[in-house]
Design a protein around this ligand. Structure first.
Ligand SMILES: Nc1ncnc2c1ncn2[C@@H]1O[C@H](COP(=O)(O)OP(=O)(O)OP(=O)(O)O)[C@@H](O)[C@H]1O
Length: 911
């Protein structure tokens, strides 16, 4: 057991003394001795007497003999007979004959009992394995300090162990030494022969048992016993070579093993099986047959050897892994050092710095920016690349150096080229293109087009964004587009302060990075939908960037050095201009795109939308032919909005369907005409009946402006009956309005009623209609909110038509604000309204006199085919709208020129 203690210890020298003792003991007393049969001590006094005798120092003649293997005997002083012995329970492993083992006794009563026994000359004790042994070290009390046999942590034999919990076969131990320890006594026992417990003698502080010696069977040393013995020795040698840590000690033991004594060999082998469990060892202890005992011992030793091998393999693998990683690390470090020495690789900071500096080579960095870059470079050199500050500085430098300082693209200011490019991308828009040409012509004279903010306003899908891109292409400038719709965070424009984690510069600096020129064209979409949130006012930030007075030193929060944006061309787009903050609007040059009339839509579809969609669907011009009639029907019956986006979608839809049919049915060509439309894109979404092919009395047609473009709007009035005659509005106001009209429009209706009464009185005093009438006025498309004063004269006309019972001509539409005295005031959105009238196929429009300039500014192709009358008072309107009794009827009969484009089907939103 000392050996085991040595085996488990990392510091075998601690046990040098024990080993010495072991060696001495094994040499002197047991292991090398051929044990003779005991003469048998008759009494304890015999045993005491025997203690003074010198044990034989030489092996017996039997041990030398190969013929017979003798069972182990004991030295004469050990009584080989029935005895009453104090019992020491062993909580980890059984002890075997020939073993010296220290045992720690902690229980004070037990200690006293052992002291008393020693004083009484009683040196023997029975050492029996407790049945709980091997069920966990904690339970067994763990390693007893200074001893290899574990005892319960709470001390030995407290209240004496339960005899039923002990194995019956154990060994008799002879006390060699008793030494005080801080926590009790350390008893060192020399184990002799096997004993068997036969009964309980008495229980005091210790348990005393009746014991009898176990007689070992005498056997012939057969070949198999020899073979087993040799195998055990061989395995022990292998163990020796495998476990180098205890080499010396094992060698010592092996030298002392009497290989010719199989009993001895089996016991020793079992002792050395340090990983074997207590039950297996107890089995060997109890095994009466020598050959079996040897075989079991061999088994335990083999498994011990295997365990050691596996253990070594595992540790070798771990060592290999660790050393590989270490080796790699060292080699990498060496490589880095060598590369650095050879000048092949600079320090990370140096390589970053040189990369960043290389970016500045072709640039003209302004002084202020250059000094900041310098400072930051120095800072970078002093920072640890692993620190977070290093990354912040590096990112900052990254942005500072990526700005295209002083890099400008050459503008192509050739007017003809500009026009050619614009024409190539967009059909029509003549006035817009002219305005752009003018703008570029000025740029040509000045040598630059800087400092201008163009605003393209108009309904959705009229090509504002695409024309912006075309301008960039025409000028040969890089284009960067971003939308500010709903943008409420000022940081999106001005950047974040660098102190924030993940800080970024704003959109303008990002634009410069992407464009890589300091004079790109920046397209700011949806400027009318700019948000305003708690994170500041983006419109003020935009102003700083766009304003030619300030933007030569635009200060982004992140970059923190002034950047010149004055050479940048800004183009903004908006659907309405009213919601653009006025300081911004002031600085812009508005070009309005009013929306397209039918012919334009058809031409755009033919020249641009169809080829684009065909290409996107992988079709050739031969495979898909869309007839003009189909395009016309599409624009007229399916897509009535001002722009061409939904027309574009419908054409794309047609292309997809045709592509599927061509692939599915292997058709060479498909021709789409107006008849095939329902099959391809479904039924037209607009009602096919003409709402007012013939205008009834009380209905007048107005023109409205909406964010989606112009629209035709109706005002309908009816007399609901006299007061008290069961009419719906009995006792209520004389005019009731519906149709989601806003407060301004409501006021217009009141003005209209008051004026119409006065007007009628003057024109036809006999007509007392308004005195008795209770009128319901409705503006259709009741779900769409409408507001504004421009329907004033239409409302008066509607009321007078009702009062006079004379219909208004059905080819006539009007717009104009009414005053109470009958003057017609100018209104906005003339262009959109005229386009809407034209789209609806109307022939005549009445516009306020003061809007004559707006009319004159309209391109010819819009004005063409429209008869316009300018009116300054309602008398003028009356003259035209109620010219003759038959006018309405005759006009009504003729209807709009294009019956299919009946205006009743126009969408109406805000008047
Ligand atoms: N005159 C035109 N000629 C050729 N294509 C046009 C014309 N007008 C519009 N388009 C096409 O219509 C589509 C929609 O245009 P775009 O996106 O520029 O509209 P938008 O006015 O910017 O709309 P929104 O206000 O919704 O942003 C584009 O594919 C564009 O090419």
């Amino acid at each position: 057991m000392i050996l085991q203690r040595v085996l488990r210890s990392a510091r075998p020298e601690r046990y040098a003394g024990s080993l010495e003792r072991l060696t001495r003991l094994t040499q002197r007393r047991q292991w090398t001795l051929p044990l003779r049969q005991s003469r048998g001590f008759s009494s304890e006094s015999d045993a005491a007497a025997a203690e003074n005798k010198e044990p034989p120092s030489q092996p017996s003649e039997h041990s030398a003999s190969d013929a017979v293997a003798q069972p182990p005997s004991i030295v004469q002083r050990v009584p080989f007979r029935e005895l009453v012995l104090p019992c020491i329970p062993l909580y980890r492993r059984p002890l075997f004959p020939g073993i010296v083992a220290p045992i720690l006794v902690q229980d004070s009563a037990a200690c006293e009992a052992f002291l008393a026994m020693k004083d009484g000359g009683n040196r023997f004790a029975g050492l029996f394995l407790h049945k709980s042994a091997g069920q966990g070290r904690q339970q067994g009390g763990g390693e007893a300090p200074g001893g290899i046999t574990a005892l319960p942590a709470d001390g030995l034999l407290r209240g004496a162990p339960d005899p039923d919990q002990l194995f019956k076969v154990g060994v008799i131990g002879e006390l060699l030494r008793m030494a005080p320890r801080p926590k009790g006594l350390e008893l060192t026992y020399m184990c002799h022969h096997r004993i068997r417990a036969t009964g309980v003698a008495r229980r005091e502080a210790l348990l005393f048992l009746h014991t009898e010696p176990v007689q070992e069977e005498k056997v012939e040393q057969t070949t198999s016993i020899r073979a087993y013995s040799l195998a055990v020795v061989e395995t022990l040698r292998e163990l020796l070579s495998a476990g180098s840590l205890y080499k010396e000690q094992l060698e010592l033991l092996l030298e002392s093993v009497d290989v010719n004594n199989p009993y001895h060999l089996a016991d020793l082998g079992a002792c050395l099986a340090s990983t074997a469990d207590a039950a297996a060892l107890q089995e060997i202890l109890e095994e009466p047959r020598l050959e079996e005992r040897l075989s079991k011992t061999l088994g335990l030793l083999k498994s011990e050897l295997e365990t050691i091998r596996v253990q070594r393999k595992i540790s070798r693998q771990i060592e290999e892994n660790v050393s590989n990683a270490q080796r790699k690390f060292f080699l990498n470090e060496q490589l880095k050092y060598i590369r650095k020495e050879l000048g092949l690789e600079k320090d990370e900071r140096e390589s970053v710095k040189s990369k960043l500096l290389a970016r500045l080579e072709q640039k003209q960095v302004p002084k202020q920016a250059a000094s900041v870059i310098d400072e930051e470079m120095q800072k970078l050199s002093a920072l640890d690349p692993a620190s977070s500050e290093y990354n912040v500085t590096r990112n900052y430098l990254d942005w500072l150096t990526i700005i295209p300082w002083g890099v400008y693209s050459q503008d192509n200011l050739d007017i003809q080229n500009v026009r050619a490019v614009l024409d190539e991308d967009h059909y029509g828009m003549d006035d817009v293109k002219k305005r752009i040409q003018e703008f570029i012509a000025i740029g040509k004279l000045k040598g630059t087009v800087e400092g201008k903010i163009l605003l393209l306003s108009g309904p959705p899908g009229v090509g504002k964004t695409t024309i912006g891109k075309s301008i960039a292409r025409a000028l040969g400038r890089k284009c960067y587009r971003f939308s500010v719709g709903g943008m409420s965070d000022v940081a999106e424009i001005k950047g974040h302060r660098r102190t924030y984690v993940g800080a970024m510069p704003g959109k303008f600096i990002q634009a410069l990075k992407v464009a890589q020129t300091q004079n790109p064209l920046i397209l700011i979409d949806e400027i009318d939908k700019l948000g305003r949130g708690w994170q500041g006012d983006p419109s003020s930030a935009l102003l700083e960037a766009l304003d030619p007075e300030q933007n030569n030193a635009f200060l982004d929060h992140y970059l923190d050095v002034p950047v010149d944006l004055s050479k940048t061309l800004f183009i903004c787009t908006a659907n309405v201009i009213d919601s653009i903050p006025s300081p911004l609007l002031d600085r812009m040059e508005n070009i309005s795109l009013p929306g397209y009339i039918l012919e334009e839509k058809v031409a755009i579809a033919r020249r641009h939308l169809v080829p684009q969609a065909r290409k996107a669907a992988g079709l050739t011009a031969r495979q898909l032919v869309i007839r003009e009639g189909a395009l016309r029907a599409l624009a007229r019956d399916y897509c009535r909005e001002a722009g061409v986006r939904s027309l574009q979608k419908q054409i794309e839809r047609i292309c997809r369907k045709v592509a599927l049919q061509i692939v599915n049915q292997d058709i060479g060509q498909m021709v789409v005409n107006s008849e095939s439309l329902p099959e391809l894109v479904g039924k037209p979404p607009y009602a096919s009946e003409l709402a007012y092919r013939r205008m009834p009395s009380g209905v007048a047609r107005g023109l409205a402006w909406t964010p989606l473009g112009g629209a035709v709007l109706y005002v309908e009035s009816i007399d609901t009956g006299h007061q008290g005659s069961g009419g719906a509005f009995t006792g209520g106001p004389r005019l009731h309005t519906t149709g989601q009209i806003g407060s301004v429009m409501k006021e217009s209706s009141d003005i209209a009623l008051s004026f119409a009464r006065r007007f009628l009185q003057a024109k036809d005093p006999a007509n007392r209609f308004f005195e008795r009438a209770y009128i319901h006025m409705h503006v259709p498309e009741g779900a769409t909110p409408k507001d504004g004063p421009s329907a004033g004269c239409t409302m008066v006309t509607s009321l007078l038509s009702l009062a006079l019972n004379r219909p208004v001509p059905s080819d006539l539409a009007m717009t104009g604000e009414m005053t109470l005295t009958g003057r017609i005031l100018p209104v906005g959105g003339i262009r959109e309204k005229v386009v809407a009238a034209k789209r609806a196929g109307l022939k005549r429009v009445l516009l306020p006199q003061q809007n004559i300039r707006d009319w004159e500014e309209l391109p010819d192709y819009i004005r063409r085919g429209l008869e316009v009358s300018f009116v300054s008072s309602y008398d003028d309107v009356y003259r035209i709208a109620f010219a003759s009794a038959g006018a309405g009827a005759s006009a009504g009969a003729s209807g709009p020129a294009d019956a299919n484009a009946d205006d009743a089907r126009e969408t109406t939103a805000v008047a």
